[in-house]
Design a protein around this ligand. Structure first.
Ligand code: FES
Length: 338
């Protein structure tokens, strides 16, 4: 965990003021918030102060606090909490933020930091002798697919090699940073595959007619009739297209009565009966045991004279062993010698 403190008193400017344009922008930004919520503008105002001066000084923090009618400590808390705020002077021409998160490290961010150490300063957050350049290691900046990368001000420079980074640093050092085109530095477009497109290479497929209907129309072929998929065929009277609800014809009370079906009376015997086919099946599968007289279920296999299960030897009609005695199978010799 890094400890974030304000810069040494010797480095602090005596005062701070927004430029005229920035002051107008700040007033407009504060006005965006509802009455009583103006303090919500603290983050954008601090950021604008940093963009103006390059870093956030104590004087800038106090100035923003005065504008928002906040205690100094509250603005100090914000400035020291978020690492986006630079609390020490940075290079006047470039502050190079090198991404040191895993994808960039795997793609050579370590070598980019070596370049910063040799070209700017051995330690991060220190400026070079001329005070024009500084650097730091930061977390992922969101262009991992074009790793490794650095951010300078608000622009990202991606697909870097140590040599390309040196060229970029030279350009900023010479005050020509605006001449460097941000984004991928290896010629690829955005995050397109580094070896060129491998899919969707035929523009006609992407931009040309894609639907079968368009293709047939271009070829002068007759259009296909609309599909009937998803339209269930039914003869149910409820779904008849002739039916219109509510019916415009009012039924007479006599007609209503005639069309009504009375509630069937309760028949206990009928209520306890299943469908005739089910009843017949149940009767067929029940028989009285010859030995016990107990009604027991008989499986369809036994009824057909087939063995029950792959290992069973018992067939239809074969006697069951009397209760308490081993089954006929168990009495058979196993062929094992003692
Ligand atoms: S890991 Fe470097 S930009 Fe995401």
């Amino acid at each position: 965990m890094s400890v974030r403190r304000l810069a040494e008193p010797a480095l602090q400017p005596a005062d701070f003021a927004f430029t005229e344009a920035n002051a107008a922008w700040a007033e407009q930004t504060i006005g965006k918030y509802p009455p009583g919520r103006q303090q919500s503008a603290v983050i954008p105002l601090l950021m604008r102060a940093q963009e103006q001066e390059g870093w956030v000084s104590r004087a800038a923090i106090e100035h923003v606090a005065d504008m928002l009618d906040m205690p100094y400590i509250r603005v100090l808390e914000v400035a020291t909490f978020y690492t986006q705020y630079q609390l020490n002077p940075v290079g006047t021409r470039a502050h190079v933020q090198v991404c040191g998160t895993t994808p960039c490290m795997l793609r050579g961010a370590g070598e980019l930091m070596d370049v910063c150490r040799s070209r700017i300063h051995p330690e991060p957050f220190h400026t070079n002798e001329a005070g024009t350049l500084s650097w730091e290691e930061v977390e992922c900046q969101g262009t991992c697919v074009n790793a490794p990368m650095v951010m300078i001000f608000k622009d990202t420079y991606e697909d870097l090699t140590p040599e390309i980074l040196e060229t970029i640093i030279d350009a900023f050092e010479a005050g020509k940073g605006a001449d460097v085109t941000p984004g991928p530095q290896n010629g690829r477009f955005n995050s397109a595959p580094a070896t060129g497109f491998t899919t969707l290479t035929n523009e006609a497929v992407i931009l040309g007619p894609v639907s079968e209907r368009d293709t047939r129309a271009q070829a002068g072929e007759p259009a296909l009739p609309p599909s009937k998929a998803g339209r269930p065929k039914t003869d149910a009277s409820e779904t008849s297209p002739q039916l219109k609800t509510p019916s415009p014809v009012k039924a007479s009370p006599a007609g209503e009565t005639a069309a009504s079906v009375g509630e069937p009376g309760f028949n206990e015997k009928a209520a306890n009966l299943a469908e005739p086919s089910v009843e017949a099946e149940v009767k067929q599968r029940r028989r009285k045991s010859a030995d016990t007289g107990v009604v027991e279920a008989k499986s369809p296999e036994l009824l057909r004279g087939e063995p029950i299960g792959p290992d069973s030897k018992r067939l239809a009609g074969e006697k069951r062993a009397p209760k308490g005695e081993p089954s006929p199978d168990a009495r058979k010799p196993t062929g094992r010698k003692r």
